[in-house]
Each structure stands twice: as structure tokens, then as C-alpha cells.
Design a protein around this ligand. Structure first.
Ligand code: HEC
Length: 250
């Protein structure tokens, strides 16, 4: 009986379904990582985005993608092979389009602080992907009590998974048999920890760069983007990246 069970297990492990599952999990992780790298790149390039003049060509088109790929290589220790899967191509195209949408803002010499921060780039990318109908959804989200933009609110799957990740301390969570907006989906949630740089906005007024060099009585608890700072701490759960690859209607 035990032997039979073992054989059965082996059959499942060797079945083509499993092979597809493994492939999906690599793909979905790579998509999440590419999204994370683009946010890192947008963060690193805040001075370039906000400066009033100069050469900003590295923020557009293939130059932008080449730089985000270099960031990916640095962050995850492997290349992002765009040609390998059409969903990766979709993602790259949407990234270029989002930067193109912001071209006028980025070159506006009257505005110093442009507000094109990673969370805003992420939000615009999600919104644009949703209009493409390619069966790919990406979202930067957090627990309902931690959300700044109500449009980033988590769905039921994300709420349960964030709780599991927090309780069990998981690195990420993948579910090949999930549902996304009523459709069968493979879903991945990758949590992010709050780093020092996040606390410029999500931390305490002491960490707000706007308060640097000012007397405590003059400090503001409003961050540079106009939101009330949350007083979160270094290393705390900082939300995460949620990716869904879902089946489309025929
Ligand atoms: C320059 C200020 C700033 C910094 C730095 C910053 N954030 Fe945010 N964050 C925001 C703003 C503003 C939003 C809302 C964006 C929107 O309107 O969609 C946001 C949204 C988010 C969201 C999406 C859910 C929501 O609240 O709408 C998460 C998750 C998040 N931030 C986590 C982080 C993490 C983790 C870091 C550091 C890696 C970080 N943030 C750094 C300002 C900042």
C-alpha cells in the first residue's frame, strides 16, 4: 500500500502539470523581481527625475530598460531574459509606456519635486497593465490598515496571504491554484521590509528630510508627498508586490 502511494506521488511529481507549475513559478518570480528592480531604479534616480534640466534619456525607452535590467542583475544576481516569455515582453513594453506618459512632467523645468516616486510608478504600471488584457496583474499593496491609496487595497487572497507571511515569517508565497477576479490564476506575494529610505515618508517626523536642520517645534509630520507619516519602524512589514497570472476568456 505504501509502495503504491509512493508510486502515485512519483507520478504526480513527474507529470507535465508539475513541470508547468515549476515553469510558472520561475516566470512569476522573475516578473515580480523585474517590477521590484524598476522601483529600485526609480528610487535611485530621484535626483535625475527631479532636476530641472540636463540629459534625462536614461529614463526612457530601451535605455531605461537596459538600466532596469542592470539593476535586476545587481539585485538578484542573474539576468532578466526578456525574450523568453511574451508576458515579460508585455511588462517591458508597459514600463516604457509609463515613463513616456510622464515625459512632460519629467522635463517640466518649473516643477522641482515631480512626485514620480516608486509607489506612484508602481501604481501607474498596475493601472496600465490592467488595460492590456494580457492576463497579467501586478500590484503594490499592503494590509488594509496600512494603505495610503485606497485603490491599492488588497483583495481577499492578498489579505490572507499577508497574514500567513507575517505569522510564519515566509520569504514569499506562491499559489498555483488561486483565483484572480473570478479567473483561475497563479499568484505570488513578495513581502518587503521597511528600509531606512522608506522611513523618509513612512517613518517618524525625525526621519522626514523636510525637517532636517529645523527646531523640533517646527517639525511637520507630513512627508514630501503630502501624506501624514505613519511612524513605522525599520524592519517592520512594509507591504509587498502581488503578481497574478490569470487565464483569459477565450
Ligand atoms: C517619497 C515618499 C515615500 C517613500 C520614500 C516610500 N513611500 Fe511608500 N508610498 C508613498 C506614497 C505617496 C504612496 C501612495 C502612492 C499612491 O498614491 O498610489 C505609497 C504607497 C506605498 C505602498 C502601496 C500601498 C498604499 O499605501 O497605497 C506600499 C506597500 C509602500 N508605499 C511601501 C513602501 C516601502 C516598502 C518603501 C521603501 C522601500 C516606501 N514605501 C517608500 C510614499 C513613499
Amino acid at each position: 500500500m505504501l509502495k503504491l502511494a509512493k508510486l502515485f506521488l512519483l507520478l504526480i511529481l513527474l507529470s507535465p502539470f508539475e513541470a508547468k507549475g515549476v515553469q510558472d513559478s520561475t516566470l512569476i518570480r522573475e516578473l515580480s523581481q523585474m517590477f521590484q528592480s524598476s522601483m529600485t531604479y526609480i528610487f535611485q534616480n530621484q535626483p535625475l527625475i527631479n532636476q530641472r534640466a540636463g540629459d534625462k534619456s536614461s529614463l526612457f525607452g530601451r535605455r531605461f530598460i537596459a538600466d532596469v535590467k542592470a539593476t535586476y542583475q545587481h539585485q538578484f544576481g542573474q539576468p532578466f531574459a526578456e525574450q523568453e516569455h511574451w508576458l515579460k515582453l508585455v511588462m517591458v513594453r508597459v514600463m516604457i509606456e509609463v515613463m513616456e506618459d510622464n515625459r512632460t512632467l519629467i522635463f517640466d523645468e518649473d516643477i522641482g519635486y515631480k512626485g514620480l516616486i516608486p509607489a506612484i510608478f508602481a501604481f501607474q504600471l498596475s493601472a496600465k497593465l490592467a488595460t492590456k488584457g494580457q492576463g497579467l496583474n501586478i500590484k503594490f499593496t499592503s494590509t488594509p490598515n496600512m494603505i495610503r491609496n485606497q485603490l491599492n487595497l488588497p483583495d481577499a487572497w492578498e489579505i490572507v496571504v499577508m497574514e500567513k507571511i507575517r505569522v510564519l515569517g515566509l520569504k514569499d508565497y506562491i499559489d498555483p491554484q488561486a483565483v484572480f477576479e473570478g479567473k483561475p490564476a497563479t499568484r505570488l506575494f513578495t513581502p518587503l521590509k521597511l528600509k531606512r529610505l522608506c522611513l523618509n515618508c513612512h517613518g517618524t517626523p525625525k526621519q522626514n528630510p523636510l525637517n532636517a536642520g529645523k527646531a523640533r517645534a517646527q517639525w511637520t509630520n507630513i512627508d514630501v508627498t503630502g501624506f501624514v507619516m505613519e511612524n513605522w519602524q525599520y524592519g517592520d512589514f512594509g507591504g509587498g508586490v502581488s503578481v497574478s497570472i490569470y487565464e483569459q476568456d477565450e
